[in-house]
Design a protein around this ligand. Structure first.
Ligand SMILES: Nc1ncnc2c1ncn2[C@@H]1O[C@H](COP(=O)(O)OP(=O)(O)OP(=O)(O)O)[C@@H](O)[C@H]1O
Length: 661
């Protein structure tokens, strides 16, 4: 490692820092922290006059990195756009990095971006202390605190023209998952920038926190109602049975207990109400704020979000002590994928296929306009994922997303599932009645999958709900106002079903505000990116890649199960590959290879077989022999036909397969 003489370091610190004392804000990085960071930079072997490698990572690599930081990216980008609006035309840029200081997204004034590019303040470049020495991003990560690095406080002289304010973004367990930064020309320094960055980082943290748990109740609370929904609100998550899971910084502060102490608490022990009270509260059509008394005696008001996959009714029951198993942390295997799917916005579905891009552009135009969307597409093309993405990008994103698969619920139950029922409405009905899916979606989005399978008799009732925006539970004479955005999906031809009298015309015309068709996987041009992104998300760090042979087969395959088939195949292949990080033909299931063989006939089959043999290290001679045998088999043992098919003479066939009669 290169060691810089101590005198150079001393000299640097004898230079007065250009940030005037009266312009410093509380929380600005004290000189001692900058000095410590310079010492670290020196230890990394950096020299002040170094010009480090400025080249960004390749586009594909960056796309994978963004995928790995999908949750952070999804929550940070809107906050960055808002932040940018505050500093527009001030020769600054807003930057988001991952936990290692690699820039994943940036936006800024064109004139400054040009300058910034010269020192590689651009996506795909690392700004850790190890690579750039003292700088706001790298030092914020090293110190785990908001950091301002101004002008010649930067370690590298090339960066002295900058002033940068960065705040780390932490997850619900206190781990730094990224950094938000505003960088600009040092002459544009403004004392409020750091405060703006901190507030924006807190906003991102809060949003990430609220979405961190699946199947959980998230309570937003504060003693003053006007603070609910602001940065000052406390947020706490509970399992469906009421067990405490986690709280954000302000939540811990308001509850007055440490994270460790809260682990033994339940909703009831903290707020003096059984969790079933939430259930009752949200059964009303226009639930107001919850009035809660904390164990300290202080009253707070709250709003709960019931992020339950399996319906509100799981909240019922008095058995908090026997709480449901805690919701998985998003960092846990598999759960991250689920959380990511819930959070994915439309931009993440845009992986380079022109048909998809067009579709997303159309959908973007109707977001929040109360226009029903009808998604068509073969099974597994991602209709539900698209519906969830539409919801996540819509102004209703904070509301519930309730999916109902009309084909998977027995016809006799669809009515009660959708509309709910009153206490004792029918034999076998649950004691307390049940909230229907339509009401559960109140304030959010109702996704009716396989709408073509909706029983004819219920279609009129559904139409009435959509037109009157009122729902009447079974056995009740009271109608409840609902406000839902509707997205439907089908893989049937609804016009054809209408012609056969299976689908009502009036409902069809009510549903098809915007009709979009998801292309099947075999027609998509972005298969390679899709595979890379999926492997990056699924293999926790993007350690897996498919071999060129496998990719070639993927391109040729018809994918009748579309994404469902591809994702299952890749999940299994990752397990098969184990420590072998390249997924090869050896890791492909036999039935997939057989499908390929039969799809492409004997010749392509021979190629697929040959590919497999290459993967198995089969010798050329042996491969040739096998190809001839396969071709003979395909040609019913006819040597002339085989020779013609393989483009060789009959003699060659006899020579290569000597025991042929
Ligand atoms: N663009 C995508 N990238 C990665 N995975 C995807 C994508 N689209 C869909 N998937 C995955 O494929 C599977 C099927 O997706 P989804 O349920 O949305 O399809 P669908 O069209 O609604 O299927 P069905 O018609 O059978 O209900 C899910 O596991 C989903 O996460």
């Amino acid at each position: 490692m290169h060691q810089q003489p101590a005198s150079e370091l001393d000299k640097r610190f004898n230079t007065p820092l250009p940030l005037p004392q009266d312009q410093q804000c509380p929380g600005d990085s004290p000189a001692a922290a900058i000095e410590t960071s310079h010492r670290r930079s020196l230890e990394y072997g950096l020299r002040a006059d170094d010009r480090p490698d400025f080249s960004p990572m390749a586009r594909a690599e960056l796309s994978v990195l963004i995928e790995q930081n999908r949750l952070l990216h999804a929550h940070a980008v809107p906050a960055m756009e808002t932040l940018y609006q505050q500093i527009i035309n001030t020769h600054n840029m807003v930057i988001l990095t991952d936990a290692n200081g690699v820039i994943v997204h940036s936006l800024g004034d064109a004139d400054f971006l040009e300058k910034a590019n010269r020192v590689a303040l651009a996506p795909g470049v690392a700004w850790s202390e190890q690579s750039k020495g003292t700088n706001a991003i790298g030092t914020a990560i090293a110190e785990k605190q908001a950091t301002l690095v101004h002008a010649n406080q930067h370690y590298l002289s090339v960066n002295h023209f900058l002033t940068c304010s960065a705040a780390p973004i932490t997850d619900h367990q206190g781990n730094v998952v990224g950094v938000l930064d505003v960088s600009g020309d040092q002459r544009s320094f403004h004392r409020h920038t750091m405060a703006l960055v901190r507030m924006s980082a807190l906003m991102i943290e809060n949003q990430m926190f609220a979405a961190a748990f699946e199947d959980a109740i998230t309570l937003h609370f504060h003693a003053r109602p006007e603070f609910i929904g602001t940065l000052m609100e406390g947020i706490a998550s509970f399992s469906p049975g009421g067990r405490f899971l986690s709280a954000n910084r302000n939540g811990l502060f308001q509850l007055g207990l440490s994270f460790a102490a809260l682990q033994s608490h339940t909703f009831s022990s903290l707020f003096g109400l059984p969790v079933s009270a939430l259930y009752d509260h949200y059964r009303t059509a226009s639930p107001g704020l919850l009035n809660l008394c904390m164990h300290s005696g202080v009253r707070v008001l709250g709003r709960a979000q019931l992020r339950l996959q399996h319906g509100v009714h799981t909240l019922g029951g008095q058995h908090e002590a026997a709480a449901a198993p805690p919701a998985p942390y998003p960092g846990a295997q598999g759960a991250q994928g689920q959380a990511a799917r819930r959070l994915s916005g439309l931009r993440y579905l845009n992986t380079g296929d022109p048909q998809i891009e067009l579709l997303i552009n159309k959908v973007n135009k109707v977001l929040g306009r109360d226009i029903p969307i009808l998604i068509m597409g073969e099974t597994g093309t991602g209709k539900e994922l698209l519906a969830q993405a539409i919801h996540n990008d819509s102004p209703r994103a904070m509301g519930p997303f309730i999916a109902v698969n009309c084909a998977s619920i027995p016809e006799t139950l669809i009515e009660s599932e959708l509309f709910g029922y009153e206490d004792g409405a029918f034999t076998g009905a649950r004691k307390k009645g049940a909230v229907g899916k339509i009401l559960q979606a109140n304030g959010g989005t109702l996704f009716l999958d396989e709408i073509g399978d909706m029983p004819f008799s219920l279609q009129a009732r559904l139409l009435r709900v959509l037109q009157e925006r009122m729902v009447t539970p079974l056995g009740s004479d009271k109608s409840i106002t609902v406000n839902v955005e509707l997205i439907c999906a089908t893989n049937h031809n609804l016009r054809e079903r209408m012609a056969r009298g299976l689908f009502r015309d009036d409902l069809y015309y009510r549903l098809n505000g915007l009709v979009v068709k998801l292309p099947p996987l075999r027609e998509r041009t972005d298969l390679e990116t899709v595979v890379k992104k999926f492997l990056a998300t699924e293999s926790n760090g993007g350690r897996y890649a498919v071999s060129p042979e496998v990719l070639k087969l993927f391109m040729r395959h018809k994918w009748p199960g579309n994404f469902r088939q591809l994702t299952n195949l890749l999940r299994t292949a990752i397990i098969m590959a184990g420590d072998d990080h390249e997924i090869s033909l050896l890791h492909m299931p036999d039935d997939f290879l057989d499908d390929i063989d039969s799809e492409h006939g004997a010749q392509a089959g021979a190629f697929a077989g040959a590919d497999r043999m290459v993967a198995c290290g089969t010798r050329l001679e042996e491969m040739e022999h096998n190809v001839i045998l396969k071709s003979l088999e395909a040609n019913g043992g006819n040597v002339s036909a085989t020779a013609r098919a393989l483009g060789v003479s009959r003699n060659t066939i006899y020579r290569k397969v000597p025991n042929l009669k």
